[in-house]
Design a protein around this ligand. Sequence first.
Ligand code: FES
Ligand code: MG
Length: 567
Amino acid sequence: MGKGLRKGLTSYGDAGFSLFLRKAFIKAMGYSDDALDRPIVGITNTYSDYNPCHGNAPALIEAAKRGVMLAGAMPMVFPTISIHESFAHPTSMFLRNLMAMDTEEMIRAQPMDAVIIIGGCDKTLPAQIMAAASVDLPAIVIPVGPMVVGHHKGEVLGACTDCRRLWSAHRAGEIDAEEIEVVNGRLAPSVGTCMVMGTASTMACITETMGLSLPMSATIPAPHAERFRLAEASGRRAAEMAVSGGPKPSELMTPAAFRNAQVVMQAIGGSTNGLIHLTAMANRAGVEIDLEAFDAIGREVPVLIDLKPSGDHYMEHFHHAGGVPKLLRELGDLIDTSALTVGGGTLRDVVAGAEEVPGQTVIRTPADPIKPIGAMAVLRGNLAPRGALIKHSAATPRLLTHTGRAVVFDSTADMAARIDDPDLDVTADDILVLRNAGPKGAPGMPEAGYLPIPKKLGRQGVKDLVRISDARMSGTAFGTIVLHITPESADGGPLALVRSGDMIRLDVPARSIELLVDEAELAIRAAALPPVERPDWAERGYARLFYDSVTQADEGCDFDFMMRPKV
Ligand code: FES
Ligand code: MG
């Protein structure tokens, strides 16, 4: 039996009075003693008018509450910060750690025996799971689920891989102003998260793989009735966990679970952002994510899911093909099925329950993969001493080994000002370089790594060129794009030393990225750089905390004082 309303009483010598006071206040809501005597399941509410991805949160909360009450416990809904990708200035990543802190402290502060976490838009599940790992109270995740697909002129559309592709077509003059407005209304036809294999889908698949949510929770479309039944079932399970006291996140977020998550991330053609979030989650759980190990997993795990941006389909098709349980079955020995799940069993039970769908082509077999090796590779070299990441499954194969002349942009503002300048000295063989766009640089490591194709090249029909930066990229983007160059330029990384006209060599098969300038010259340039100082934007408030404490991409961009020592 959980402690219910008695949990965390600050008695100051008279626990009876503290409980009396607590009950006196909460009874103002009309609760009976019977209701208040039960185990309590907290439920996060991240509904916001600014967050269409979480537009179904109120209905999911209702369904989860129903499940909690059917199982005899008491649901208590509480608000936390809500973050949407498009409405989070300067970036949603800047706010992820704030959401993690808010969620952690609200779970700690208020009496609850278990917690249901409802979220989904890119940074929210990582933030919420980071929080849950730190509190270590029994927790179950209900992702809000992906949007259903849109349609335009007989073509299937998805946010926001097709947002980018069609906007590029508009920039190149192939789609006129009137039609692009029509398309705008068809890219996100329902509430829910982006329905390609972007960051939200990646994190939902990882969450399910790690056993933090019930089977099929990653893929059921957001508006489907099945998702609300999943929420009800999750509510029931949370009520059981409130009584039994487990499993706790620490029992689920084990080295085996994190390894499984990395396997799945490669196999789904997951978002590059997923690696940063997974690292941050692991750091909260005291587990190490090693970049070389992640790269090694990528060399042995095939991409099996045929979803945009690496493939052709969308999350609802993945769902109807059998979802994550079927994927785990296909991955066979690459997955450690002894890992526990929040449902009370192991991944073995999940795999055993996987549905076989005759004729489906979205979840491939290792014998017939989308790509024989994983989606992402870790690069190193004099430009990225602590690593960089490329999603080569969504890149142009011939550009994966390429030497080109650097065209450097000093900041996102510099890029915006010059990228479409007809006089910009750039060719299709050049390498676009963006810097000062890392965790501290921009700040909040914006998704600026997908540098647009300069207009004059776009008009010539150029669809891709090598682009490198210390920024992140939307998981929904396509291109030969090197990201997360670490350390970032604003923190003294060598990316700060590149000059337009320098030669850079990208060699993905060899996992290297090199600036072809001799060391003596680089030392002279390094000596001439201004010292790293706290910028004006970081003088006060959360911005100051962020600037002073945020770690680099290889450490998950969490605050340095939030991590748990490694076990
Ligand atoms: Fe919310 Fe894409 S904008 S998941
Ligand atoms: Mg995104």
